[in-house]
Design a protein around this ligand. Sequence first.
Ligand code: P6P
Length: 283
Amino acid sequence: MTTIFDTIKAVAFEIDTAIKTSDLGYSDSENSSGEDQLKLDVQSDIIIEKAFASVAVVKNLVSEEKEGVLELNEGGKYTICYDPLDGSSLVDVNLSVGSIFGIYEGELKAENLVASAYVVYGPRIELMIATKGEAPMLSRIIGGEFKEIGSVTMGEKGKLNAPGGTQQNWCDYHKTFIDDLFAEGYRLRYSGGMVPDLHQIMLKGGGLFSYPGTSDKPHGKLRQLFEVIPFAFMYEQAGGQAINNKGMRLMELVPSHPHDTSPCFFGSNYEIEALKKAYGIKN
Ligand code: P6P
């Protein structure tokens, strides 16, 4: 696993350089979710694919930017599902973006996730790594290389509310629930970048990030294998919860297709329990 984390650290530097120097225009292609691809999306994907090609323990890759499973090393042990540059459309307005990695052993389903990692490209490059049974570990670049800062745990109740999705397409009880949190004094913290938005809640003691099913996207927007499950793992390991609209742990998801999405709620215990009540979910 160490070689995988070292490879993620190496690609973090390369992608950060690409963000700062590359053309921000659109390529002439779409990804598997039908989203227009920025040249930076394609470039970041190539950086990651090339880097893992020489890591023997990596058997396969699944990328947000490509259809299907890419076989790398027949004798490998792990499949890495990744979003090479999540929120890339925010780069041209100089907001933070990130790369997300889910490391699976065996069938691609949540219970087979053995570790997850994400990189935040912001005023600083930051890396978060979570392995089974360990609280997520935050690392920052000090003296030109990643140094561990400390493990991250969330409080029982936070102050931040990150409500995703098009509000006019929310169901009534979701809108009431979100409004009630604001009425309790929660502060709106939503940039449209999943990585910095979830990173902020983890580092600032907790709160709620929600991307519900909506009338235009009943199965949500965020992809299970390389967005939802890696962060669900992080949040549970940090002492929080991560569930779908039926109250099922996101760590029980079994995608039927590599690009399946899921409604998703990540947060501290207080906010998730309040959501379950608002959604009529019995524990
Ligand atoms: P919306 C970025 O495109 C992304 O995939 C996530 O990073 C982010 O949380 C979400 O979409 C934002 O979606 O519909 O709120 O703009």
